[in-house]
Design a protein around this ligand. Structure first.
Ligand code: M6R
Length: 603
């Protein structure tokens, strides 16, 4: 996720561009840049770091009435000055900002490089200005050159571009958001409305496939073929302070609702259902062929994702274990050259996880970091890094990063198992289409959730228990962690079979039990839930509509039918919503729970 802003109008564009970038920093903040047009061509200022640092590094104010800006959350290449946007061609005739992932950038880059175009960054984005320049060099006018370039992109994008000497912005959208703002001869293009809300509340949202041309006379909407399309203007009724959260009251709720998008970004280009394989281009085929065991190290929610990954690996026939990073120094299993240690950390900066990662490296393990932050310490220190592409997560309670971590670990487990065996695991064929439809399945959960009603019904309880089996177990742990950290109520997660080995003593009519059904030995989990129900506890079944648990349970939170490897992640969305609504009813400061920090950088 990155933030894009563009502006055309009278007066200098720099101030609205920088204001826009500050308002978009919730979408990314590892580097920032602007480009403005003046009589002597396009001037670019960009650097790693936050918008504040960009602002103070702009000495002589840039002058120009047309400009574009970008605040970045790295996906291709670390957050360096060279990788910051805008990107240009060598002669700085074309400047481009982009949000999304260009899947065919390697192919485009090779073709353009063979034609003499020189690249100066590691980004996928840089192919776009060169491609536009390629068509300009071939004699096309600017608009057709832009269209030709867009037509060749595969993947997702929101792109805004300008060409030297013109008072025009060109933009296109596929899979990443873009919106136009309009006010008395001043026009904006942005990833989100907060970018320009101080200037106008009159907006038009682009739809996938739209191409727009903006100049001081107005905005022209067309499709990719150049045929006009009609898009209606709307008035947005948010105040600028609320705007980063959009229509949501809290970042946590917004981030829960972003999961269809964050998961699409995570899997984009990484699965190949038609070819029946995991297409993790980050790793050469055979990378994991010599791995004989995998150890995961992580804390908190990331530990639950790690446990999910570890169980997925075990089920795929690969020896694996998940360890709390803060326990690793006293409980690490033996390591040898064929041990792979995977650090799972959203921030990449958690001190406990870094210590465990360093210990594993010292002892000779191969190391890999799964993280959301490209330039983070864990990403830099491990032998390899795999990025979950969830975009910044502002709420302290991890939500969208958990689902992206768990899905990426599901892919990785399949990939490691395939490398070890020399062929894809047998169940991969069934899993791939389900993985592809996860974003839509999460949309379904979000659209029809009864979580608020359930949260209200059990709001006077003494404690809240979560049970699950197999891949439902880490989800039970995560459901309980989320509930306790934002409601401050007592909540515990258990492997459902463990209930009768002790925790059942806690069960009363005042302790609702959330039971997660994933399709793995569900009849046993149902029996465990009934044991709690017999002691008076209300049971809330999280399962598909046609599941036998629905008949037994006191309440039901439905999830679409899917493979057992993924069902727990749909259940997790229901549980995130229950925690959110329970905390909201109690009036808790949901985005910043007491005593907690987003990133824990001390041991
Ligand atoms: O940045 P990390 O993923 O390494 O953070 C680890 C934990 O501190 C974190 O997952 C924490 O448990 C969550 N914020 C809880 O929602």
């Amino acid at each position: 996720m990155c933030g894009i802003i563009g502006r055309v109008g009278d007066g200098n564009a720099l101030e609205p561009l920088l204001t826009g970038l500050e308002n978009l920093e919730y979408r990314g903040y590892d580097s920032a840049g602007v480009a403005v047009q003046n009589g002597s061509g396009i001037n670019v200022e960009k650097r790693s770091g936050k918008v504040e640092e960009l602002k103070s590094s702009i000495g002589e104010p840039l002058q120009g009435e047309v400009g574009i800006g970008h605040t970045r959350w790295s996906t291709h290449g670390p957050p360096t000055d060279a990788n910051a946007h805008p990107h240009t061609d060598e002669s700085e005739d074309v400047a481009v900002v982009h949000n999304g992932i260009i899947e065919n950038y390697t192919e485009l880059r090779e073709r353009l490089a063979a034609n003499g175009y020189e690249f100066t960054s590691d980004t996928d984005t840089e192919v776009i200005p060169h491609l536009v320049q390629y068509y300009l060099d071939a004699g096309y006018d600017s608009e057709p050159a832009f269209r030709q370039a867009i037509d060749e992109l595969e993947g997702s994008y929101a792109v805004t571009a300008m060409v030297s000497g013109e008072h025009v912005l060109y933009a296109a959208r596929r899979g990443s958001p873009l919106v136009v703002g309009m006010e008395d001869g001043e026009y904006f293009l942005a990833s989100d409305v907060p970018a320009f809300l101080e200037y106008t509340d009159s907006v038009i949202y682009l739809e996938d496939g739209d191409v727009v041309v903006v100049d001081e006379d107005g905005v022209e909407f067309t499709d990719l073929e150049g045929d006009p399309v009609v898009r209606e203007p709307e008035t947005v009724e948010w105040d600028p302070e609320q705007a980063g959260k959009g229509t949501y009251d809290h970042f946590m709720l917004k981030e829960i609702h972003e999961q269809p998008t964050s998961l699409s970004q995570a899997i984009e280009g990484r699965i190949d259902p038609a070819g029946g394989r995991i297409a993790l281009a980050d790793f050469e085929p055979g990378t994991f062929a010599d791995v004989d065991s995998v150890q995961f190290v992580a804390c908190g929610t990331s530990y639950h994702a790690a446990l999910y990954g570890s169980l997925a690996l075990n089920q795929a026939g690969v020896q694996s274990t998940a360890l709390l990073a803060n326990e690793y120094s006293v409980s690490a299993p033996p390591i040898d050259d064929d041990t792979l240690v995977i650090a799972v950390t959203q921030s990449g900066e958690t001190a406990d996880t870094l210590t465990a990662l360093r210990r594993a490296a010292r002892e000779g393990a191969a190391t890999l970091t799964l993280t959301n932050v490209v330039g983070s310490t864990a990403a830099r220190e491990a032998d390899d890094a795999l990025f979950i592409r969830a975009g910044p997560e502002i709420g302290v309670a991890a939500t969208k990063t958990f689902s992206s971590q768990a899905v990426m670990l599901t892919l990785l487990a399949q990939r490691i198992a395939a490398d070890l065996r020399g062929e894809p695991p047998a169940d991969l064929e069934a899993l791939l289409p389900e993985l592809e439809s996860m974003p839509a399945a999460i949309d379904d959960v979000l659209a029809g959730s009864a979580a608020k009603t359930v949260a209200r019904r059990y709001s006077d309880s003494e404690a809240y228990f979560f049970i699950g089996r197999g891949l439902g177990y880490p989800v039970a742990l995560e459901g309980a962690l989320k509930f306790k950290e934002i409601t401050y109520e007592h909540a515990e997660g258990f492997a459902s079979g463990e209930l009768k080995h002790g925790p059942l003593a806690l069960v009363t009519p005042e302790t609702p039990v959330f039971a997660i059904f994933t399709g793995q030995e569900d009849e046993k989990t149902l029996k465990n839930a009934e044991e709690a129900q017999t002691r008076g506890a209300p049971v809330i079944a999280v399962c598909p509509d046609d599941h036998p648990a629905v008949e037994v349970a006191d309440d039901h939170l439905p999830i679409p039918d899917t493979e057992p490897d993924l069902a727990g992640l749909l259940a997790n969305v229901q549980l995130q919503l229950v925690s959110y609504h329970a905390a909201d009813l109690l009036g808790r400061p949901i985005d910043k729970p007491r005593n907690l920090a987003k990133s824990v950088t001390v041991e």
